[in-house]
Design a binder for this molecule. Structure first.
Ligand code: MG
Length: 367
């Protein structure tokens, strides 16, 4: 089997809540997501999706996905898409860095491997652990009482895990955390995710002010060293996200005891193959994971579900169902949330079929 064509379409994904706000006044109201298709000489096509959280979150942007595939695509024509190790080696040799560009291609090739073998991706990635995957809800940064109201509403949808977008004014963030924790049950799990937004002294003030609360702190500051200093000044369980953008950074943070859990985003790490490598190390090393992506629609949600469902439950800190945050369905067959949980599909591959009626014209076509 050989790759004969790689193509991409874009789709706009408006947010159900209107807009999504996080640290530093950043916000998005319509996501620009890219569908990546990998076509083979036997007529089989696999699909992936890449959706950066705007151009100002990670070093990634939507046009960059398409431009990168134009650069990378010609190097991959003729490869066997089922040989994921060879594919990733070739991608890394042809284009230095830019993991998010490679992510959609890698996911599409996993989809092909599944479709060819008749197996769901989660079976190929290690097997299905447990019946279902527990989800968290990200709560956009707003006034404390608005965030508390939203958490109450999402609790009625079955969510028991929440990730608060903080990283703004530290005094207001303290109020946000207190307002939300006050309305949760002790079994509910709360993460205060600053998304790099606090300076070191601000972060240390916040963690001291909420020391009495049951709470996780995620990526308080921009640099790894600042985060490590905050980690050493708090006894809250600690999660790193933005800084863990490679296997090397993961190993460094593990050696420094810099985190209790880690946030692995598929496109941040370059696709399912690279994410699985770190996922498996986390399981061996006792580090729980938030398994997700930067953003996305139905195809991203399906990829997350296969990654999460093939991870032992004790190490699944949480995942999220991005397709429920947006108003456009970009593929049939994706997991749908039920009472705060989702499941990976039993169908071959990712188990999805793109809804081409919602996509724009083909923007990339390499053959
Ligand atoms: Mg995070």
């Amino acid at each position: 089997m050989r790759i004969t064509r790689i193509f991409a379409h874009h789709v706009e994904l408006p947010l159900r809540e209107g807009s999504y706000h996080w640290s530093g006044g950043k916000s998005v109201s319509v996501f620009d997501s890219t569908l990546v298709g990998v076509e083979t000489d036997c007529g089989l096509i696999g699909y992936g999706e890449v959706c950066p959280l705007g151009p100002f979150y990670l070093p990634a942007y939507a046009e960059g996905v398409r431009a990168g595939i134009k650069e990378l695509g010609p190097h991959l024509i003729g490869l066997d898409p089922r040989e994921l190790g060879v594919l990733n080696e070739r991608m890394d040799a042809a284009l230095k860095g830019h993991p998010y560009v490679k992510s959609g291609i890698d996911i599409a090739c996993w989809d092909i491997l599944g479709r060819t073998t008749g197996l769901p991706v989660c079976t190929l990635m290690g097997g299905r652990f447990g019946e279902k995957i527990r989800l968290y809800r990200a709560i956009s940064q707003e006034a404390p009482e608005v965030m508390a109201r939203k958490v109450a509403a999402y609790k009625t949808d079955g969510y028991t895990r929440f990730q608060l977008k903080v990283g703004g004014d530290p005094d207001l963030d303290i109020e946000r955390i207190r307002a939300v924790r006050a309305m949760l049950e002790s079994s509910d799990r709360l993460v205060a995710d600053a998304n790099t937004g606090w300076t070191q002294h601000e972060a240390i003030r916040v963690v001291r002010a909420v020391r009495d609360l049951d709470l996780y702190i995620e990526q308080p500051c921009l640099t790894y060293e600042e985060c490590l200093a905050v980690r050493q000044a708090t006894d809250h369980p600690f999660i790193l996200d933005e800084n863990i953008d490679s296997l090397g950074m993961f190993l460094r943070a593990k050696a420094d005891l810099a985190m209790d859990a880690v946030n692995l985003k598929i496109s941040k790490l370059g696709g399912l193959t690279r994410t699985r490598q770190i996922r498996d190390l986390c399981v061996s090393q006792g580090i729980a994971m938030t398994l997700e992506d930067s953003w996305g629609g139905d195809i991203t949600t399906a990829a997350i579900a296969h990654l999460a469902h093939s991870t032992p439950e004790a190490y699944r800190f949480t995942s999220t169902d991005f397709n429920s945050y947006v108003t456009v369905c970009n593929a049939d067959g994706a997991p749908q949330r039920e009472e705060g949980y989702m499941q990976a599909s039993d169908a071959a591959g990712l188990g999805i079929a793109p809804r081409f009626d919602v996509y724009g014209p083909r923007l990339v076509d390499i053959s």
